[in-house]
Design a protein around this ligand. Sequence first.
Ligand SMILES: [Fe+2]
Ligand SMILES: [Fe+2]
Length: 139
Amino acid sequence: MNKYHLIWNESRHSVGIALIDSQHREIIKRVNQIADGVAKRNQSEAVQEMLGGLILFAREHFAVEERLMVEYGFPDMESHIEEHRRLFQQLNNLINVGLRAPNHNKAALVSAFLTDWAEQHILRADKELGEFLAAKGLS
Ligand SMILES: [Fe+2]
Ligand SMILES: [Fe+2]
């Protein structure tokens, strides 16, 4: 296994909303695949393609969360959406800057991004959103 892999842990990562959790699982799976790709040589085209796919998926995922925030009047909407913008920017930077770096640096960049997203955003902002939605009766 790639040393940069992040393992989904239900009790740790679940935010309690099925659709959001399944999309987070998919995101972690895709980022792990990208970490594998960058760890190998001569994978840049495949990695570009996977990053392009992740960008589309992330855009869709952020839109799902943001629609729920609007629909249920989530009070921390503004700062959460700002974090999505920042993460989306980082994702685009991986394509623009990261893939020009040497292989070991690329893996570190992908790893840093994954950690930032999964450990910071999901565990904090998305969990807060999940708790709010669960209190509104969503599951
Ligand atoms: Fe989020
Ligand atoms: Fe999320």
